[in-house]
Structures are given as C-alpha cells and as structure tokens.
Design a protein around this ligand. Sequence first.
Ligand SMILES: Cc1cc2nc3c(=O)[nH]c(=O)nc-3n(C[C@H](O)[C@H](O)[C@H](O)COP(=O)(O)O)c2cc1C
Length: 356
Amino acid sequence: MKDFLTLTEMVKRARINLNQHAWDYLIGGAETESALNRNRHGLDSWVFKPRILNDVSEVDATSTLLGQPVRLPVVMPPIGSVQLFEAGGAASVARAAQEFGVLQILSSVCLPDFEALAKEVPGPRIYQLYLMGDKAWLDVQIQRTIDAGYTAFCLTADTQVYSRRERDLLKRFAPPSGRRGGSPAFGTQAKMSWKTVEHIKAKFSIPLIVKGVNVADDARRCVDSGVDIVYVSNHGGRQLDHTRACIDALPEVVAAVGGRVPVWVDGGFMRGADVVKALCLGAAAVGMGRIEGLAMAAGGTPALVRALEIIEHEVKNALALNGISRLAELSPDLVERAGAMSSTHVLGAFPLLDQY
Ligand SMILES: Cc1cc2nc3c(=O)[nH]c(=O)nc-3n(C[C@H](O)[C@H](O)[C@H](O)COP(=O)(O)O)c2cc1C
C-alpha cells in the first residue's frame, strides 16, 4: 500500500476495481447532482490567507473527540452497503480506523451489523440509526447499542424519505441499503421529529449526534434539546438536491451553536487542505465518506490506512504552510470565500485522474 503516494492513484484503483453499479452508487448524488457538485465547488471557493515566519518544525494534528484521543480530527462516516466496495465491509473500515486512530460511525444499513461488528472488532465506535420502528423498537435498539459497547449514537435526520438517485434508477440498480429505503419499515423514518430527539435525551445518557443539520435554527434547537454533537451534512449530496455546500452552511451553524457543543461537518471533503478549511471555520471534526468508500474499493483496510496517512500528511503540510503548528491556533481569520475556479465535479479534487 506504500505504493500509493497520492489519493489520485487510489481513486483510479477504486475505479478499476468497482463495476459500474457500485461506482455510481458510491460517487453519485440525488437528481441533478447539484448539491453533490456544490459541496466540492464550495470547498474550492474557500482560500487560505497564510501567515509566515512562524516556527512550524513541530506540527501536531491530533485531537480528542468524544473523550477519545484521535490522530486526526477526521471521522469515517456511516456508509450503507459498504460491503459492496470490499467484502469485509464495515469490519474492514473498523480495522483501518483503529489501526490509524480515528473514529468510525457505523451505518445501520451495512454488513456486518452493529452487534456482529462489536464482537469482531471491539473498540470505541459510534452507531448511526435510521428509524425503522416505533418508540419501543427505538428504545430496544438504543439499549442494544449501549450493551454492545458503542460510545455514541447518531441519528441521521436528512433521510426522512429516500431520495431519487438517478444513476441507480436508470440502471434499475438498488444497493442492499437502498432496498431497505423503499421498504415499509423505512416509512417510520418519515415520522421522526424533534420529539424523537427529546425522547432519546430524556431516556438515555449515551451521547447523541444529530447528523444532517444545515441551518442555524435547527442547530440551536439541537443544542436546546440536549444534543451532544451537531453534525452539518447534506448526506454527500445524496438526499435533498440543491442544498448549499456544507462548508458554506458551516459558519452559520457554528455561530448558532456558540461553542456550547462541538460541530462536525461532512460533504465533499477529499483532501487534507479541505479538512483544515473546516477546522478554521470552527468544525471540531470532518467526515470523509467517499474517501472511505474509495479507499475500501482500492484495497480494503490497508488502503484506508494509507489514505488516512496521506490525508494526515496533507493536513500537516497545509497547517505548516499556513504558519500553524497546533489545531488550537486555527481561526476563521485564516480563510476567506473567494469564488471558485472552474472545477464543479465531485472528483474535482483529483484533476490528474485522467492522466494516470
Ligand atoms: C455510498 C454511501 C452510503 C452512505 N450511507 C449512509 C448511511 O447509511 N447513513 C448515513 O447517515 N449516511 C450515509 N451516507 C452519507 C455519509 O455518511 C456522509 O454524510 C457523506 O458521504 C459525506 O459526504 P462525502 O461522501 O462527500 O464525504 C452515505 C454516503 C455514501 C457515499
């Protein structure tokens, strides 16, 4: 895996390894894919305003998330049907996350399931749930999550109905997780409300993450309801089309939360420099979903570890070249929204892809 010197080579390898169905499921978004491409466009629009002549001979990119020391403030977000990209599925992601030293959020619609994974690869981990039953069903699920040793619980709130993903629809392809999306049980997901959040907080003490926040009002309401982490996301442009780029929604959410709880973000983050931009704007952690899937497709656990090593190198380079040696020194003063260049494609972070 040390043969991979760049993420570009890894993405190319993933493309070769995946059939068209799996590739489109991983890379694609909803409807016109505007939200998907805007995530990338938004990230390209933020520029650095670096400081010079600071001693950056020792750069530290480590952090602590949910009380857990991490080598990078990067999380592996939930990926449904991740077993389509590499047979070990979520267990391979878990091994990579552990070996490198980042947190994983396990999807409730992938293999192995949360209890099997906890046995196979014990360790601190977060469990993400879609609501597929009534309140009693939810309570049992959360209790089982706690009993299995999960350290936090993530409710995904941007998927109350399953979106229209045209790449899959055109080919009449439904990934295993997508088939559940069309099932009657998934219908209860549409009934999820603030009452669900309040119920969980009243009954359980496990830290609760709400994923899919986009605007200040909802962020405030999360904090007022006792949510422990506000997670800005548009599901990687896979749910509601035509949303803002997540990096553009981040400052408004960070301001609304006002430091009361950590804010995490994902959506289009493909590079170390992307991660640093979000940290400058006040995020405590960044999810990298497609990178997780692409690295898995490129070579399972070792490839994902290698991807994280490359991202760590990129993060540290971006920090040093910004004149920063510790994450605590990052601030919004280091970035500015300056308008994007020409790239608007989801893989715009890899301009040399076709030449490899
Ligand atoms: C193939 C795929 C499957 C996903 N499945 C889930 C899921 O089961 N639950 C969930 O909350 N989010 C899911 N997401 C969204 C990711 O957790 C994350 O929000 C998104 O990938 C971030 O954007 P990025 O891919 O541009 O990094 C999925 C994303 C992808 C690419």
